[in-house]
Design a binder for this molecule. Structure first.
Ligand code: ATP
Ligand code: MG
Length: 240
């Protein structure tokens, strides 16, 4: 059973890749219209947690609910229908297809309204509209990230899961990515994000979890965590 207003409710997930568990009894929630961040050191299990939520790996224990419905044992395609969209860190677009074709493919789980949805997303991502016939392989890293975000949104998800969307991008594009994420949030989507830049991420997060060695370590509002001694010492540093 799931409670309260969490769109995504992950309860005590234990998961890994066949060996010892990588994440151990991890619990997180994500609410509608909020940015929920997962931060923590390299190898903490952040990507593994996202994969378990998206259905790419099957948890050994724990439960996952989307809008109160249990999806723990559902395959990826089924979870998409329940409202989970997952944008992986790499290989998140089809390089040989055009922008428009990528969006078409992203809308495969829609019963109807694919071209209407593409038009809506072109308003949010005007640069994509201008080059809608270009092959994804010819796009810059920043444009490709925008396409990956738009592709994830094709199914009208209730939860958009993003694994390091701005990795490798210039500071200019990183702030553009945050701008778009904030716009997406304002459409009442729940966003679950992992990012490297802890300070910037906590600035945007309504709620955040610190994951260490595969376990829940700390949680709080982004502002609270920005002032937490442990977070400052380990991940954020002091502003001199
Ligand atoms: N496909 C896999 N098969 C086996 N082990 C894996 C696999 N992917 C990740 N791991 C291991 O799981 C652990 C956690 O990795 P994960 O990618 O979840 O961490 P992360 O917190 O996302 O790290 P980063 O900040 O570097 O992205 C690491 O020890 C990693 O080696
Ligand atoms: Mg990762």
């Amino acid at each position: 059973m799931s409670n309260d207003d969490a769109v995504l409710d992950v309860q005590g997930i234990t998961a890994g890749y066949g060996g010892p568990p990588i994440i151990d009894q991890v619990s997180i929630k994500a609410k509608k219209g909020e940015i929920t961040a997962i931060v923590g050191p390299n190898g903490a299990g952040k990507s593994t947690l996202l994969k378990a939520v998206a259905g790419l790996i099957r948890p050994a224990a724990g439960r996952v609910f989307v809008e109160g419905k249990e999806v723990t044992t559902q395959p990826v395609e089924k979870r998409v229908r329940y409202g989970i969209a997952y944008v992986p860190q790499v290989e998140n677009v089809f390089p040989d297809l055009s922008i428009r074709e990528n969006l078409d493919m992203g809308g495969y789980a829609r019963k109807s309204g694919v071209s209407e949805r593409i038009d809506q997303l072109f308003e949010l991502f005007p640069d994509l509209k201008e080059s809608s016939h270009r092959r994804a392989s010819t796009l810059s890293g920043g444009q490709r990230t925008m396409l990956a975000l738009a592709r994830g949104l094709m199914v009208d998800p209730s939860v958009l899961i993003l694994d390091e969307p701005s990795v490798g991008l210039s500071p200019k594009f990183q702030s553009l990515v945050w701008e778009r994420i904030e716009q997406i949030r304002s459409t009442k989507v729940s966003i679950l994000i992992v990012e490297q830049n802890t300070r910037e991420t906590l600035r945007h997060a309504q709620w955040a979890y610190v994951l260490v060695l595969g376990r829940n370590r700390l949680e709080g509002t982004g502002q609270e965590l920005l002032q937490n001694e442990e977070v400052i010492n380990l991940y954020v540093g002091r502003l001199s």
